[in-house]
Design a protein around this ligand. Structure first.
Ligand SMILES: C[S@@+](CC[C@H](N)C(=O)[O-])C[C@H]1O[C@@H](n2cnc3c(N)ncnc32)[C@H](O)[C@@H]1O
Length: 151
């Protein structure tokens, strides 16, 4: 989720192998990536959810990866609430479509609503880890939440 311009999707293709499938969704137009089914739609809208479900054809997902972030408004609280909204939507989607034992990695922001969301994530996953990649600026509130082993 939030796969444009596409470097993460390219990285994921070798992991799924010839029998696997990588599906990417973004609001922005995407250039074709070999081995990836790309969808230009809003993940956070009913149409986006419908198109994703069509692409899944009833299959359960092994790993959900989200790098989505809202367009920054400049208002810290508004941006934080939008980020948590995307996180909630991603968790909801994962509850429905991730296989038991599957994993979820998603970008989030440290701030209002984070603690409650992390607790909510803990209801659905055996283990939760916080990851701050070296490439992420120390002053940025962004980091990743990893949910391991969907219950
Ligand atoms: C940091 S970029 C992702 C970079 C990507 N991981 C890569 O490897 O190229 C975040 C992306 O999230 C997308 N995004 C934000 N909200 C979205 C939504 N509701 N539905 C789909 N994509 C969304 C943005 O359009 C943007 O391209």
């Amino acid at each position: 989720m939030g796969c444009a311009p596409g470097s993460w999707s390219e990285e994921l293709v070798p992991y799924v192998g010839a029998d696997g499938l990588v599906i990417g969704i973004d609001l922005l137009a995407l250039k074709p990536i070999e081995g990836v089914s790309l969808i230009q739609a809003d993940f956070d809208a009913p149409e986006g959810q419908e198109i994703l479900q069509e692409a899944l054809q009833g299959r359960l997902i092994d790993v959900v990866v989200s790098d989505m972030a809202p367009e920054m408004s400049g208002n810290k609280l508004v941006d934080q609430m939008r980020m948590i909204g995307l996180n909630e939507m991603t968790l909801h989607f994962s509850r429905d479509h991730l296989r038991q034992g599957g994993h979820l990695l998603m970008k989030t922001f440290m701030g209002e609503g984070y603690d409650a969301f992390r607790r909510e994530l803990g209801v659905s996953f055996q283990k939760i880890k916080n990851i701050k990649p070296a490439a992420s600026r120390k002053t940025s509130p962004e980091f990743f939440l990893l949910g391991l082993g969907k219950k």
